[in-house]
Design a protein around this ligand. Structure first.
Ligand code: GLY
Ligand code: MN
Ligand code: MN
Length: 448
C-alpha cells in the first residue's frame, strides 16, 4: 500500500507546483467480446499504478488545492451480494478505502454529484481527455454544472493538463518493487522460451509451441501474456506482426518466438529464434551470429549517460557490416558501410527500432525525446538513459525472397530480444535465463 500512497502524494505535489487542481483517473471499462462473454478484464495501467485496485468501474480523484489539505478519493462499486454470488467479491467503498489507503471512498454512482462539488473553484483539471468518450461527456457535464454557478461566485477550472504527462515520467523510472516484478516476469518468460525450445520438433504446429508458452506462464502464476504471442516458423518469421497460427514446423527451418508474460501488471518481452530440429544450418548460423553481435553492441550502449538511440545506432552498424560481409547487400551497388548507414540501405533487412520502454505496458509510456536533451544538442534530442529505466534490446534480420539476394538466406527471419534495466554502471539483463548463443540453444535442444 505504501508505494501507491507515495505515488499519489508525489502526483499531488507535482499538481501543486503546476498551480493545483483536481485530477480524475479512471480505470479501464469492461469490454464485451460477444453475447454475454467479456474480454478478460485488465485494469488501466495509470489507475493501477496509483491504487493497486483491480476492480472495474472505479475512478481515482485527487484534490490538490494550495492552502488546503490534499485529498485522495476512490469511487468504486458498492457491495452487492446478489452480484457477488455471480461475479465474485467486491470491496465496496468502505473496505476499499481502508485497504488501499484513500482518504475517502464513495459509490461510483455518486461520481456525478461529488464531482460538481469537487471541481468548484479548482484552478485546473488534470485529466486524459479523449481516452474514454463516456467519461469525457461526464466531465463536460460537471464543468458545465460548475460554470452555471458563476453568478454565485463559483469559478470553474481555467486550465486543463493531461495528467498522463506527469504519470508517464513517474512510470518511466521503476522502483524496487516494480523491478522485482519485472525480473520475475522475465524469469518466467525465459523458462517458457526454454520449454518451447525443448518441445520443438518437425511436424508440430506453431500453436502447439504457443500452448507450451502459455502453460509455463500460467503454471508459474502469470495472469496473462503481456501481448499476443508471435510463433512464426519459416517465411512467417519475416512478417513482423505475425501471430502464432497453424503452420507446420519443418525440418531445416527456424522458428521465431516473441512472447512474454504479464505478472501482477508488469510485462516482459522476449524474442528467441532457434532451429526446429535443434541444429542451425550454415546460413542460419551466419545471420544469427550477426544479430547476436549487434545485440551485444546495443547492450553495451545501454548504460547511464548514453542516449536512447545510441543502442540502435550501434546495432545498425554491426548489422549493416554483416549484410555487406554475407552479400545480403552488394558493396558494388551500395558502397561502403557508411554509405549503407547514411542511405538507410540496411532497412531492406532491418526495418524496426532496436528498443522501446517496457513496464506495465509492453510498449510502455515515457518520452523518447526530451526538451532538455534537445536544447543541449538539437541534433541529438534523444533521451539520456538513467538508472531505473527499462528498455528492450531487439535487433533482427528479415530476408524476403528478392532478386540479387543470395538464395541461401531467403525466408530467414531472426530477432533476439532481451529486457534491460539501466543500473548505476550499465544494465542488468532481466531475461538472461533464456538460452541465447548458438551453443546454448543447441545444448538445450539436445536435452529433448
Ligand atoms: N512484442 C512486441 C515487441 O517486441 O515490441
Ligand atoms: Mn517482443
Ligand atoms: Mn519488444
Amino acid at each position: 500500500m505504501k508505494s501507491y500512497t507515495n505515488r499519489r502524494a508525489s502526483l499531488i505535489q507535482q499538481m501543486l507546483t503546476k498551480g493545483g487542481g483536481v485530477a480524475i483517473i479512471p480505470t479501464a471499462p469492461e469490454v464485451m467480446r460477444n453475447s454475454d462473454a467479456d474480454y478478460p478484464y485488465r485494469h488501466d495501467s495509470y489507475f493501477y499504478y496509483l491504487s493497486g485496485f483491480t476492480e472495474p468501474e472505479a475512478v481515482i480523484v485527487l484534490v490538490a488545492i494550495q492552502g488546503k489539505q490534499p485529498q485522495t478519493i476512490l469511487f468504486c462499486r458498492e457491495k452487492n451480494l446478489e452480484r457477488e454470488i455471480w461475479d465474485g467479491y467486491r470491496h465496496g467503498p468502505e473496505a476499499a478505502r481502508t485497504e488501499f489507503g484513500f482518504d475517502a471512498a464513495h459509490p461510483i454512482a455518486a461520481l456525478d454529484s461529488e464531482m460538481s462539488r469537487l471541481l468548484a473553484d479548482a484552478p485546473a483539471l488534470f485529466y486524459a481527455l479523449g481516452s474514454d468518450a463516456k467519461l469525457d461527456a461526464q466531465v463536460q457535464g460537471w464543468l458545465a454544472s460548475v460554470r452555471v454557478q458563476s453568478r454565485a461566485g463559483v469559478t470553474a477550472p481555467a486550465s486543463a493538463h493531461d495528467v498522463r504527462c506527469l504519470l508517464n515520467e513517474m512510470r518511466l523510472f521503476k522502483d524496487a518493487g516494480e523491478v522485482g516484478l519485472m525480473r520475475r516476469a522475465a524469469e518466467i518468460s525465459s523458462q517458457a522460451h526454454r520449454r518451447a525450445m525443448q518441445t520443438s520438433r518437425p511436424g508440430l504446429r506453431e500453436y502447439q509451441l504457443e500452448a507450451e508458452l502459455l502453460h509455463e506462464f500460467r503454471r508459474q502464476g502469470s495472469q496473462a501474456p503481456a501481448y499476443g504471442s508471435i510463433v512464426a516458423t519459416g517465411a512467417n518469421a519475416c512478417v513482423l506482426h505475425y501471430r502464432a497460427s497453424d503452420a507446420i514446423l519443418k525440418d531445416g527451418d527456424l522458428v521465431l518466438i516473441d512472447a512474454g508474460c504479464e505478472l501482477d501488471s508488469y510485462a516482459s518481452d522476449i524474442t528467441r529464434t532457434f532451429p526446429v530440429n535443434g541444429i542451425f544450418s550454415g546460413p542460419q548460423k551466419a545471420l544469427y551470429e550477426i544479430v547476436l553481435a549487434s545485440q551485444a553492441a546495443a547492450i553495451a550502449e545501454t548504460r547511464p549517460g548514453q542516449r536512447f538511440m545510441d543502442g540502435h545506432d550501434a546495432a545498425v552498424r554491426v548489422l549493416a557490416q554483416g549484410m555487406l560481409d554475407t552479400g545480403l547487400l552488394d558493396s558494388n551497388k551500395v558502397g561502403t558501410l557508411d554509405d549503407v548507414i547514411a542511405k538507410g540501405e540496411y532497412r531492406q533487412f532491418y526495418m524496426h527500432r532496436t528498443g522501446h520502454w517496457l513496464g506495465m505496458d509492453v510498449h510502455d509510456v515515457g518520452e523518447y525525446r526530451a526538451k532538455a536533451e534537445a536544447a543541449a544538442d538539437p541534433e541529438k534530442p534523444w533521451r539520456i538513459l538513467q538508472p531505473g529505466m527499462v528498455t528492450t534490446v531487439e535487433p533482427g534480420i528479415y530476408v524476403r525472397p528478392t532478386d540479387g539476394v543470395p538464395t541461401e538466406f531467403w525466408n530467414i527471419g531472426i530477432r533476439i530480444e532481451d529486457d534491460a534495466l539501466v543500473t548505476a554502471t550499465g544494465c542488468d539483463i532481466l531475461s538472461k535465463d533464456a538460452p541465447k548463443t548458438v551453443a546454448e540453444i543447441e545444448a538445450v535442444m539436445r536435452q529433448r
